[in-house]
Design a protein around this ligand. Structure first.
Ligand SMILES: [Fe+2]
Length: 303
């Protein structure tokens, strides 16, 4: 174990089936209170006090549970942790009271260079030690366990000594954090690097898996690119079914960041996820989303 703060080994109650809250849907969500169990919000979009995004965030939060998802923690960087960023994150969390906070197992910055991209890390003991200490520091500062998400990648490092799934499982264990498993990212990386995506899933410890991401991707030549601009494709649905089989009714969310369709189109896609999860778990209740009444609610999802 890495020395440091001891946080209780716990998982958060599941939220059900959610969508990313995106600007083009703010008004629709507020007016119609669509039957979505929860929303994932991009932390960085709401870190400035005031303005329209904060207005909609506050209004919509009154009707839905939320989780905060970040892209700028840069947990794998060799730079010191960005305490200004963490203070803003904590302030926002105090306001939003999210079910949980997540970010990516990657680095985005080094020195004065900000890549604005989620860059993969070498999978070895040195990186493991580095990450475990930093994740524990972040958890101590925020006073809660965080979720780390697997990123998609298009390259590997000669310094890697283990597989990505061994690395992710070891990070979660040593840092005592939870995992946001992006099923699409596993599929994209599996195709790009030539491994079996099921092997990845089968290696993971169910106790650490708190959330799934689903998304679409784009083929460019020999590579799949994690573009989030398409509906979830069949191979990702198949892998999701396997993930549900292995890990049970894990909170699920569809990520769409580009080519954003009408809200109802995403709602239909979310219904597909709910139906697939229910049928995989052998449940027969219809997927109606009627449990969402458009009023403040605690997590009470139907699977
Ligand atoms: Fe993701």
């Amino acid at each position: 174990m890495v020395p440091g703060v001891i946080l209780p080994a716990m998982t958060y109650p599941p939220l059900g089936f959610g969508l990313g809250l995106r600007v083009p849907h703010f008004e629709h969500v507020l007016q119609h209170k669509p039957p979505v169990d929860w929303f994932e919000v991009l932390s960085e979009n709401y870190m400035v006090a005031g303005g329209k995004p904060r207005y909609y965030l506050q209004q919509i939060r009154e009707h839905y549970p939320m989780a905060m998802h970040g892209v700028s923690l840069s947990i794998g960087s060799t730079d010191p942790l960005d305490m200004d960023y963490l203070k803003k994150l904590k302030t926002l969390a105090n306001e939003v009271q999210p079910a949980w906070i997540s970010d990516h197992l990657c680095f985005t910055r080094c020195g004065n260079v900000n890549s604005h991209d989620l860059l993969p890390l070498p999978y070895n003991e040195e990186t493991l030690r580095h990450l475990a200490g930093r994740i524990r520091q972040v958890q101590e500062f925020l006073g809660r366990q965080i979720l780390m998400e697997n990123v998609s990648s298009y390259l590997t490092y000669s310094a890697s000594e283990m597989t990505e799934w061994e690395f992710l499982a070891a990070v979660a264990e040593r840092a005592d954090c939870l995992i946001l498993l992006d099923v699409n990212n596993i599929y994209v990386s599996a195709c790009n690097h030539g491994f079996q995506p099921e092997t990845y899933l089968e290696y993971m410890d169910a106790d650490r898996i708190q959330q799934f991401h689903l998304a679409g991707h784009t083929r460019q030549g020999e590579f799949l690119i994690d573009t989030h601009d398409q509906p979830v494709p069949d191979p990702v649905w198949d892998l999701y079914a396997r993930a549900v089989e292995l890990f049970g009714p894990v909170t699920t969310m569809i990520e769409r960041d580009d080519n954003i369709p009408a809200f109802d189109e995403l709602l239909d896609e979310l219904g597909q996820a709910r139906t697939l999860a229910n049928s995989t778990l052998g449940k027969t209740e219809p997927v109606t989303g009627e449990q969402h009444a458009g009023t403040p609610r605690t997590a009470d999802p139907v699977y």
